[in-house]
Ligand binder design. Sequence first.
Ligand code: EPU
Length: 337
Amino acid sequence: MHIQENISLKQFNTFGIDVNASLFASVSSIDGLTEVITAKTNKELLVLGGGSNMLLTQDQDKMVIHVNIKGINIVKEDANTALVEVKAGENWHDFVLWCLNNDYGGLENLALIPGNVGTAPIQNIGAYGVELKDNFVSCNAINIKTLEHTNYTKEDCNFGYRNSIFKQEAKGKYIITSVLFKLTKKEHKLHTNYGAIQAELIKNGVTHPTIQDVSKAVIAIRTSKLPNPKEIGNSGSFFKNPIISKSQFDKLKDNFEEIPSYTVSQDSIKVPAGWLIEKAGFKGKRFGDCGVHKNQALVLVNYGNARGEDILKLSKLIQNTILRLFGISIEAEVNIL
Ligand code: EPU
């Protein structure tokens, strides 16, 4: 185990924020992880996966653990399905590509989502009509206090929209070490209902799509709308899409006839925060080194040397403006640290 002192976290968070960790260790095995957890550093632990869902607003006087445990194993397969165990430190998109290369279906709509496999269940990552939970079987996690290894089934995880037990009662108590997925080997169930996917497939002249075609479409859509964190620092959607009551939505609709929406239940409606932010005039606006992305208003960006505090300040300005204009509170999706 090698614990380093005063390490910059710039390359470990996709926003590219330059703050320091008092203590830092990168671990590539469960034993290494256990050693760091039990090292008597007297510091609170902060677990980093791909660093794709956090805004660092200050130096972290913590023991930062970079989970870098790798490996993909086919645990069991039959003619139709494969159970695949993936270690937490695998890059999410690389794993999706591995699935596509092996013709394993299920995750193709989730291509290009930044981050690692081990952090994907925490917020039940989702895009283009598919969520992680749709192919999730279980995950292994280590209890930070007792060092006990627990297997969490899908039911245990209590998945919801960008939500799971790991954001609720289990928050900060466990480190996910591996995830088990159930994938299809044939008769793949495609999800092409999301409007933009259909349009992209038609554009590509595809009439009988394969999982590779669907993924290609998703990659094209994401590339056109979402900034690549390697080029412009960002954390994907900064806010969650708010869910409001049907009566509040009906009133909004009287004023904004074109407002997009998705029905969640009989009396609740999800509204795209990106639309609200665009309508409020923020899309493409730059404030010093931070701003709102020009192609997707839900994404806040770091053009170079923005500080976490600057981005936080901008996010608050957006939240207050949306509340004033539409009477809707929008909640940050990223963890603010
Ligand atoms: N919209 C605007 N202006 C914008 C952005 C969106 O008017 O600047 C409108 C669009 O025209 C569309 C609607 O809002 O009518 C929905 O837009 P989009 O399809 O881009 O999806 P989203 O609801 O804004 C969510 C996820 C994304 C995911 C996409 C596609 C959340 C918080 N975000 O965005 O996830 O890729 O759907 O499924 O649910 C992420 O979590 O980091 C992420 C990028």
